[in-house]
Design a protein. Structure first.
Length: 134
């Protein structure tokens, strides 16, 4: 049972990293996307995280460290937002499915009775008292 809990925690941790990726967008795309946050690289290479970014004309407005800021497009070098990472998510789900299937197979007994060396042990050593099924 403990291994199932550990596996569930591992799945939750990995899935949070695998389901999104950062993507460079234009100001026009930012206007349409309306994301919760954006990472903006300014012309001087400073990178800031903007919460609730909005585009008003040619200016990006939002909150940086809780302070309302306005950044004209001429001041910006790059805008990045988080987007779904579909391929990584599908690979993660497939890997988790295979891992859980293998774990269930091992727990149910498909991997054999490891205490006595596997399923063929009693066929090869029927005299062993542990193999007495009566």
């Amino acid at each position: 049972m403990r291994s199932i809990v550990v596996c569930a925690l591992l799945v939750a941790t990995l899935s949070s990293a695998a389901c999104t990726t950062k993507k460079t967008v234009t100001i026009e795309e930012l206007k349409v996307m309306n994301p919760l946050k954006a990472w903006i690289t300014e012309n001087d290479q400073t990178v800031v995280m903007v919460a609730g970014p909005q585009v008003v004309g040619d200016t990006v407005v939002g909150y940086i460290n809780g302070v309302y800021e306005e950044m004209p497009a001429a001041r910006l070098k790059q805008v990045m937002v988080e987007t779904p990472a579909k391929t990584r998510t599908y690979l993660l789900v497939g890997g988790i499915t295979v891992a859980l299937g293998g774990m269930v197979y091992a727990l149910i007994g498909g991997a054999g009775d490891t205490k006595y060396g596997g399923m063929d042990y009693c066929d090869e050593h029927p005299e062993d008292p542990a193999c007495d099924t009566q």
